[in-house]
Design a binder for this molecule. Structure first.
Ligand SMILES: NC(=O)c1ccc[n+]([C@@H]2O[C@H](COP(=O)([O-])OP(=O)(O)OC[C@H]3O[C@@H](n4cnc5c(N)ncnc54)[C@H](OP(=O)(O)O)[C@@H]3O)[C@@H](O)[C@H]2O)c1
Length: 255
């Protein structure tokens, strides 16, 4: 498979997005790096350029879907996007005392993790379909397999992205567009740090980026890792839900 030469990454100012940018940075590669933290984006662009890539940075909030779509359409029209990685995301939880998620936070999470991802895909698809080529990676999570009591909205958002990506992949395969669902386990990052519960088999962001790149190169439908946690969370989805709930409580994700 041809190596992607023009790559758009949302959430590039974060751990996984930044590691992906570094992973792909090489001579002949153009990186479109998005986030909110301009200083981090600028520093990342310098690092990527030192590795031989050309990098452009864009800072804005993806919850502004009108702006997100206008930007994505403009970038798509200016250069052929070979790979779009919808990675920007956030997490909330029910709190240390199980007090619950605030509705404003749930709305922000759904707007960021779900609405913005679908808006981005909607904006880049027309040019990809006209070209009959391109690849879209949607960053979900192993948390999509079974709703954890400590993070119900986050799990719901990632389950939505998993189902959306699976559907898109089936729809667009005949048009030459590859769609991949990325399902990481625990990856070192500020977001992971703030998550409640144990974090078994945690990997570095650099390791995650390398596994994601390999999976995208092979056009795997589901890029899920690490293996033991992937198997465990997959089992949670196929076991009777009552049994899975007892297991996740026993493991420390009960809230
Ligand atoms: N770390 C894990 O264990 C883990 C596991 C499974 C899946 N994931 C998924 O991987 C993705 C990246 O997470 P990460 O671990 O790298 O977290 P992170 O270091 O906290 O990075 C999150 C990124 O998303 C951006 N972002 C968040 N809300 C945004 C908004 N409203 N508008 C624009 N950008 C926004 C952040 O931008 P700024 O920082 O510039 O504001 C940052 O670049 C997320 O979708 C997450 O759900 C992570």
């Amino acid at each position: 498979m041809k190596k992607p030469a023009c790559i758009l990454i949302t959430g590039a100012s974060g751990s996984i997005g930044g590691a992906l940018a570094r992973e792909y940075a090489a001579p002949g590669v153009t990186l479109i790096l998005h986030g909110r933290n301009q200083a981090l984006l600028d520093a990342l662009a310098v690092e990527c350029e030192q590795r031989g890539a050309s990098a452009r940075v864009f800072g804005f909030d993806v919850r502004d879907t009108a702006r997100l779509q206008a930007w994505a359409r403009q970038v798509s029209a200016e250069m052929p996007l070979d790979l779009v990685i919808a990675n920007a995301g956030m997490n909330i939880d029910i709190g240390a005392q199980g007090q619950g998620e605030r509705w404003e936070d749930v709305e922000a999470l759904l707007d960021t993790n779900v609405r913005a991802v679908l808006a981005l895909v909607d904006a880049v698809l027309p040019v990809m379909r006209a070209r009959r080529s391109g690849q879209i990676a949607l960053v979900s999570s192993l948390a999509a397999y079974f709703g954890l009591p400590v993070t119900p909205s986050y799990c719901a958002s990632k389950a939505a992205i998993k189902a959306y990506g699976e559907g898109l992949r089936g729809w667009l395969a005949t048009e030459g567009i590859r769609v991949n669902v990325v399902m990481p386990g625990y990856v070192e990052s500020p977001m992971c740090e703030s998550m409640p519960g144990p974090k078994p088999f945690q990997v570095t962001a650099a390791r995650a980026a390398s596994l994601i790149r390999l999976g995208l190169q092979k056009n795997q439908a589901r890029i899920s890792f690490p293996f033991p946690l992937n198997l465990g969370t997959w089992f949670l989805a196929v076991l009777p839900a009552g049994v899975s709930t007892r297991i996740v409580r026993w493991l420390g994700y009960g809230g």
